[in-house]
Ligand binder design. Structure first.
Ligand SMILES: Nc1ncnc2c1ncn2[C@@H]1O[C@H](COP(=O)(O)OP(=O)(O)OP(=O)(O)O)[C@@H](O)[C@H]1O
Ligand SMILES: [Mg+2]
Length: 316
């Protein structure tokens, strides 16, 4: 293990792809996508809606053929060996993909048959028991709550004992307790050598990953540990609290040196790339005793908003 808790540098790569591109019609939705994920690592995949995360994930698991580029997933060629990749990867799709009108047991049994699992008569009941759903196994999957659907979908994509999990927004719409339990499970699984690539829009989840990548308009803009990504942008942030914050926000946004102003409850985060220019922009407020101003750590969300401000939409 390295200092940040991720696997040490010399472990083999679960994902190693270079220069993948994908067009839909004339739309170039993934551009020169390169990614290296170590075995045993949890890699977070972030970016705004439509930035190309799902398309990239589908190229990694052999469901979509890249227009160009090359690489491997679990050592298999992403263009030629798609059948082998599908056998060894667990893919949890962005939308609930189990049959709502089949029971929990029928769904799990269906998945086990699809993977040709010889031990399915023992593996399926064991997985349902692990989930704590034995007494509810005859309930229709469609009648489960959001949190339970997500746990069932995770158990289904783990059933054939994959070596790599590709999870596409697995916790969207799930409550905080269920999300926490989900992440505990993911960390527990990676301790046994499983690798995980997980897309999310939640910053707290990004912070639970060993490394993250941020994508916008089909391009990966940054990647690394959360600390690397935050430090790499070299932004300064001041927190401002006091009266009339909406008016203060409007005024600050027009000041030179201010990159963005973001409300966080009763505080404004004022962020910019040049610390001195930012300090000059808030100097007038400092002279007003009603306002409290302090320099704070720049958050990952501040960094991502700043990155987005720096790119233009390539789509017509
Ligand atoms: N099968 C398809 N045919 C045509 N266009 C598509 C297809 N799949 C995706 N797209 C387009 O490709 C772009 C990237 O979509 P993708 O679903 O990969 O983004 P995403 O980052 O996963 O977004 P989200 O966060 O909303 O899930 C979007 O503009 C989308 O409309
Ligand atoms: Mg998506």
């Amino acid at each position: 293990m390295s200092a940040d808790g991720s696997p040490a540098g010399d472990v083999p790569l679960a994902i190693d792809v270079h220069g993948l591109n994908k067009h839909f019609g004339t739309k170039h939705v993934v551009r020169d996508f390169s990614l290296q994920v170590k075995r045993g690592e949890i890699y977070g995949f972030l970016g705004p809606n439509g930035s190309g995360k799902t398309t990239s994930i589908r190229m990694l698991c052999g469901l979509l053929t890249p227009d160009s580029g090359s690489g491997t997933c679990l050592g298999y060629d992403v263009i030629r060996d798609t059948a082998a990749i599908k056998r060894e990867v667990g893919y949890m799709t962005q939308r609930f993909s189990l049959w709502e009108d089949l029971t929990i047991r029928e769904n799990m049994d269906f998945v086990a048959r699809m993977y040709g699992m010889r031990d399915r008569t023992t593996a399926v009941p064991a997985a349902i028991a692990d989930l704590g759903l034995t007494s509810r196994q005859d309930q229709l999957a469609g009648s489960l709550s959001g949190g339970w659907k997500q746990r069932l979908a995770l158990a289904a994509c783990m059933l054939h004992r994959p070596k790599l999990l590709l999870l596409d927004e697995p916790t969207a719409g799930v409550d905080p307790k269920a999300r926490r339990e989900f992440w505990e499970e993911i960390h527990h699984l990676t301790a046994t050598g499983l690798s995980v690539l997980v897309s999310t829009h939640y910053m707290d989840e990004a912070e639970r990953c060993h490394r993250v990548a941020y994508m916008a308009y089909g391009r990966m803009l940054v990647n690394g540990t959360v600390d690397d990504v935050v430090r790499g942008q070299n932004l300064t942030t001041f927190a401002v609290s006091g009266p009339d914050l909406p008016a203060v926000s409007l005024k600050l946004q027009s000041e030179p040196g201010v990159g963005q102003v973001t409300p966080f409850g009763n505080t404004l985060h004022v962020t910019g790339p040049d610390g001195a220019a930012l300090a000059a922009a808030i100097a007038e407020l400092r002279g007003d005793a009603r306002y409290r101003i302090e320099q704070v750590d720049t958050k990952l969300e501040d960094v991502f908003i700043s990155l987005m401000a720096g790119v233009t939409d390539n789509f017509q």
